[in-house]
Ligand binder design. Structure first.
Ligand code: NAP
Length: 302
């Protein structure tokens, strides 16, 4: 069997087009657009490139984008005051603080200072709680898990009663996607198992999965013989395993590998995401969706 590839690059484009159209129609009818502020502290090169992409995408879909760059030595209290300012700013619907923050700043304190109704990353404890309750309580599902669910659903994979096995229990991927897939509802209603480093016999759990979601950060952890024939395999892992010279730019780039042995797994799975190009591109699309929804909640049209 050769698995159908689930291309996040394509789905991302579809979602951004949908957002673009909706933003244009809200602008026409209501005269407002979603506002997103991205707060970058310091000059970490990886953070700069993530923020640049977020800003570019926000501009492309027609948002008001405020890029607020702060020096690495900004005090914690000054950063908290900045967040308070954006919490009170009516033209801002989403506040994004790029992580990691410098060591002298308490990340948890900063993230918890964001108004939960503008927390488009979905990391505030109020939004984590809303996600746990499920249904209409959910405002901002965290972006990577939301992207994973979107990929599964848009691929036409049936989630109703499906055996879902999630490898990894982090707060940003494993726990939230497990929680989302077990909710009673159209795009979930699955039977969910979460496995981790203390799990006995990882292989036997994976082998039961109709939908296998792997977020461990261990290159090639999942072997082809752990995959049920025809299963949907979502590989969240992004592991740098070396460097190469890009044919396009002639510059050094990282060689990325997922948590699944892709070449062998694609001969057994029914659906599979590649790395890169699978889950990765979905995170920004879902950030844009959450920001648009934030405005829609405010306008009472969500
Ligand atoms: P994390 O916080 O390091 O958590 C990894 C989880 O995997 C932990 O729960 C750990 O178990 C489990 N695990 C690690 N090795 C294992 C093993 N050998 N067997 C079973 N379980 C194992 O990682 P994360 O933040 O969730 O990220 C996971 C991967 O996804 C990384 O490669 C990351 O780069 C990638 N990622 C991609 C995106 C994206 O594409 N947009 C976003 C986020 C993350 P314990 O709890 O027992 O330690």
């Amino acid at each position: 069997m050769t698995a159908k590839l689930i291309m996040g690059t394509q789905v991302n484009e579809e979602i951004l087009k949908e957002i673009e159209q909706e933003v244009a129609s809200i602008k026409k009818e209501r005269g407002v657009v979603p506002g997103l502020v991205t707060i970058l502290v310091g000059e970490n090169p990886a953070s700069i490139s993530y923020v640049t992409l977020k800003v570019k995408t926000a501009n492309r879909v027609g948002f008001k984008e405020v890029q607020d760059n702060q020096p690495a030595d900004i005090s914690e209290s000054a950063l908290l005051a900045l967040i308070d300012k954006y919490n009170k700013d009516d033209s801002i619907n989403g506040i994004l603080v790029q992580l990691p923050l410098p060591k002298h700043i308490d990340e948890k304190k900063v993230l918890n200072a964001i108004d939960p109704d503008k927390d488009v990353d979905g990391f505030h404890p109020v939004n984590v709680g809303r996600l746990m309750i499920g249904g209409s309580e959910v405002k901002f599902p965290p972006c990577t898990p939301a992207g994973i669910q979107e990929l599964i659903v848009r691929s036409g994979v049936n989630t109703q009663g499906a055996e879902v096995v999630v490898v990894g229990r982090s707060n940003i991927v494993g726990k939230p996607i497990a929680n989302m897939m077990l909710q009673k509802g159209r795009n979930a209603n699955s039977t969910v198992t979460v496995v981790h480093t203390a799990t006995k016999d990882l292989a036997s759990h994976c082998l039961r999965a109709d939908i296998l979601i792997v977020a461990a950060g261990v290159p090639g952890l999942v072997k082809p013989e752990w995959i049920k024939p025809g299963a949907c395999v979502i590989d969240v892992g992004v592991n740098r395993v070396g460097e190469k010279i890009s044919e396009k730019t002639g510059k050094k780039v990282a060689i990325l590998r997922g948590d699944v042995d892709f070449e062998a797994a694609k001969e057994i799975a029914g659906f599979i995401t590649p790395v890169p190009g699978g889950v990765g591109p979905m995170t920004i699309a879902m950030l844009m969706k959450n920001t648009l929804n934030s405005l829609k909640f405010k306008l009472g049209i969500a």
